[in-house]
Design a protein. Structure first.
Length: 231
């Protein structure tokens, strides 16, 4: 059994997609990040970065005490190794998947995140920042589109690299991208959207970003400084 600390955001969806695809039993612990539940000591003990997702695996492969883990990329890698699924075992296949997984967690996620921040959430409209992150998101979409021109998935078979990237393409309109401008990415996006596990994840809960933030949620999310709590 996996305890999943979750909120319905792109990084949260990566893990529910994996668990549904792999058919692994899990229990969701909702962490309402707009209400500040990410600062609760019991959650910080699992995720000291006060971010979802995080997991606790009560039946780790070494038979030892439970393993707790934060960072979506590390969680996907852990679960893939645990289950033997969605990550090739051969050197080259594995390296290729990890390369695209790291590309997502170090590039697509943070850049699209800043895109959303400056285009949607920022109280002041700062044209330089909006333009910078809209262009950078477009560049990353272009990289994916080129990569997908001659293959079905980002790296070999459907893998944790695709599961990490898909939830960050779902909000393409919010991120001011026209998916039709990226035909290979669009084909990939539609293929993954039609997978039963993915449909189930998105049918179960509306993404948290579907609703505008309240002033209090803004304070909690964007007022954080060096202490693990909002200002
Ligand atoms: N690098 C982290 C990013 C996780 C992240 O940013 N999570 C957001 C939701 S998508 C969060 O928990 N935010 C809470 C906060 O900002 O306090 C990962 O890939 O897991």
């Amino acid at each position: 059994m996996i305890d999943l600390y979750h909120w319905p955001t792109p990084n949260g969806h990566k893990i529910t997609i994996f668990l549904e695809e792999a058919g692994i039993d899990y229990r969701i612990h909702s962490v309402d990040i707009g209400k500040g539940e990410q600062f609760r000591p019991d959650f910080l003990a699992v995720s000291p970065n006060n971010r979802i997702p995080a997991i606790v695996d009560h039946a780790p492969a070494d038979g030892g005490k439970p393993v707790s883990l934060f960072e979506s990329g590390a969680i996907l890698l852990y679960l893939a190794e645990k289950s033997g699924l969605f990550l090739p075992k051969d050197l080259r296949g594995r390296t290729e998947v990890l390369q695209w997984l790291f590309w997502q967690v170090g590039g697509l996620g943070p850049m699209a995140g800043q895109n959303g921040h400056f285009n949607i959430y920022a109280p002041e409209k700062i044209p330089y920042a909006m333009d910078r992150y809209t262009r950078e998101t477009a560049r990353l979409y272009g990289v994916m589109n080129t990569r997908l021109a001659d293959r079905e998935y980002l790296a070999g078979e459907y893998s944790i690299a695709d599961m990490a990237s898909y939830p960050w393409i779902v909000p393409h309109e919010r991120h001011k991208q026209k998916i039709g401008d990226f035909p290979h990415l669009k084909r990939w996006f539609e293929t993954i959207a039609a997978r039963p596990a993915v449909t189930k994840v998105y049918a179960a809960v509306e993404p948290s970003y579907s609703k505008p933030l309240t002033d209090e949620e803004r304070r909690v999310l964007f007022g954080q400084g060096s202490a693990p709590s909002p200002a």
